[in-house]
Write a protein that binds this ligand. Structure first.
Ligand SMILES: NC(=O)C1=CN([C@@H]2O[C@H](COP(=O)(O)OP(=O)(O)OC[C@H]3O[C@@H](n4cnc5c(N)ncnc54)[C@H](O)[C@@H]3O)[C@@H](O)[C@H]2O)C=CC1
Ligand SMILES: O=C(O)[C@H]1O[C@H](OP(=O)(O)OP(=O)(O)OC[C@H]2O[C@@H](n3ccc(=O)[nH]c3=O)[C@H](O)[C@@H]2O)[C@H](O)[C@@H](O)[C@@H]1O
Length: 438
């Protein structure tokens, strides 16, 4: 089978590489020429564990290629998968310009049957917009070419993207033709062995499953953040509460970790987009609006705890920040809580010394040079009045506390991910603040 993946970002590059690994001939296409040039030279544009080795292996085997022009050899593809970005527009709705541009390119160039699969996260109804865009271009060329559209939302998580793609909890495919269904069954057959679910739905339902899933996960996080904040006020410990709740199989233990708010390229934008879709259809998603509000406040929480600890006397203080990416095992800084925290610190006149194992370069593009980017976690702690644990990378879990204590001016730790033990830190001479724990 020959596959084109259009958009070679986190989703396009990972899914293209994984399909290639299963024996499909894949061409990953992107309009970003520099990215494609680098990939051709074996340089991987993102940090994703295991990806580099997998890309190189499949390139070497001749199953994975890169290109900048979808129209070239377009009729050789059995399936065209669209994985371009759908960033939030000004009003929070998903911006479909990139998806529709790919659809128009397909309509302008295909000469025979094509299956157009939307993997990007798109609002309900986009399948129809894509179909109309392709048909319009075909009509303008006076061509009567058969084609199908399908929706195949992606559920991978950054940092665990390869495992998530290779061993999916479920694969969701929205189709409205038998021919499209047969092709998608063939494409995903190797991924759903061991009894994994390949769920066929209609196209609008597949589109909705993606938003509803992300919105549900974001809701769990904001709910737990609310519970944590209340625990703190009542003298309960959210760690114990979380364990007790998670033991109920109807609730389950995953995604119940309070922290400093959800970030990343998807939860924030997808929650916004769903609220927006509802609004433009005359419906108010009250729960999701609250989810967003709680998340906004949670991103400021660590800064507020720091400010309160020093009773507002924070100008000129040096703060060590451990972790910048929105979660561990990625260099993705999109909507990262670190950005909100650091912007508040800088605005309050603090000096920020930050360290992240992989995201410093990406962070510099967003935060600029007002931050000192350090080579390691101990350098960041040098002379600091406070240490903030912002991203729970493994290497932050068991630092040499004696070295940290020696390096810091004031030994106080603000743990934004609840990974440390307060008693242990107290015994080592640190003051300790976490989220919702005693
Ligand atoms: N990042 C993630 O973990 C996940 C993302 N998604 C969804 O997948 C979609 C893509 O997300 P990411 O991979 O994170 O985006 P990204 O921003 O990393 O990559 C998108 C790529 O598309 C390229 N592009 C834009 N227009 C193009 C065109 N006309 N032709 C060819 N290439 C074009 C861009 O140059 C860019 O390299 C979004 O809708 C997102 O919501 C879904 C699941 C997980
Ligand atoms: O649509 C997407 O892009 C993806 O969005 C999320 O994946 P991702 O954003 O990569 O990372 P997550 O592990 O879900 O974490 C998102 C945010 O929630 C936070 N989080 C997660 C779990 C938790 O218990 N508590 C918590 O605060 C993380 O720190 C992070 O900031 C979903 O988990 C994926 O299924 C989905 O495909």
């Amino acid at each position: 089978m020959n596959l084109a993946i259009v958009g070679t970002g986190y989703v396009g590059l990972v899914s293209g590489t994984c399909f290639a690994d299963m024996g499909v001939n894949v061409t990953c296409i992107d309009i970003n020429e520099r990215k494609i040039e680098e990939l051709r030279r074996g340089v991987i544009p993102i940090y994703e564990p295991g990806l580099e080795e997998m890309v190189l292996r499949n390139v070497q085997a001749g199953r994975l290629r890169f290109g900048t022009d979808l129209s070239q050899g377009i009729d050789d593809y059995d399936v065209i998968v669209c994985a371009v970005g759908t960033p939030p527009g000004e009003d929070g709705s998903a911006d479909l310009q990139y998806v529709l541009e790919v659809a128009r390119t397909v309509g302008r160039h295909i000469g025979g049957y094509t299956l157009f699969v939307t993997k990007s996260t798109v609002p309900v109804g986009t399948g129809e917009l894509v179909r109309a865009a392709i048909r319009r271009e075909l009509d303008q060329r006076g061509m009567n070419v058969e084609f199908d559209v399908a929706s195949n939302p992606e559920f991978l998580k950054e940092g665990a993207a390869i495992k998530d793609f290779m061993e999916p909890d479920r694969v969701v495919v929205g189709v409205d033709s038998g021919r499209a269904r047969t092709i998608m069954e063939r494409l995903y057959k190797p991924f759903i062995e061991n009894g994994r679910l390949l769920l066929f739905t209609d196209i609008p339902s597949a589109e909705m499953i993606k938003y509803a899933s992300n919105a549900m996960l974001a809701t769990r996080i904001s709910f737990m953040n609310d519970i944590a904040n209340l625990c703190e006020r009542l003298g309960a410990d959210v760690d114990m509460v979380r364990q007790g709740m998670g033991a109920d199989p109807r609730i389950g233990p995953k995604f119940l970790y309070p922290g400093i708010g959800y970030g990343g390229s998807c939860f924030p934008k997808d929650v916004k987009a769903l609220v927006n879709t509802a609004r433009s259809n005359g419906y108010d998603m009250k729960v999701l609006r609250a989810v967003e509000e709680v998340n906004g406040a949670q991103k400021r929480l660590l800064f507020e705890k720091f400010r309160d600890y020093f009773r507002g006397d924070i100008a000129g203080r040096r703060v060590a920040v451990w972790g910048l990416s929105f979660k561990p095992e990625t260099d993705d800084m999109r909507e990262a809580p670190s950005v909100v925290i650091i912007e508040h610190l800088l605005r309050a006149g603090c000096e920020v010394c930050a360290y992240d194992p992989v995201a410093s370069e990406e962070a510099r593009r967003i935060l600029g040079d007002g931050v000192r980017y350090c080579r390691d976690k101990y350098e960041a702690a040098e002379g600091a009045d406070a240490l903030m644990l912002v991203t729970e990378w493994q290497e932050f879990r068991m630092p040499d506390w004696c070295a940290v204590r020696k390096a810091m001016r004031t030994p106080v730790v603000f743990d934004g991910r609840n990974i440390y033990n307060g008693e242990e830190l107290a015994a080592k001479g640190f003051a300790y603040c976490s989220i919702g724990r005693r």
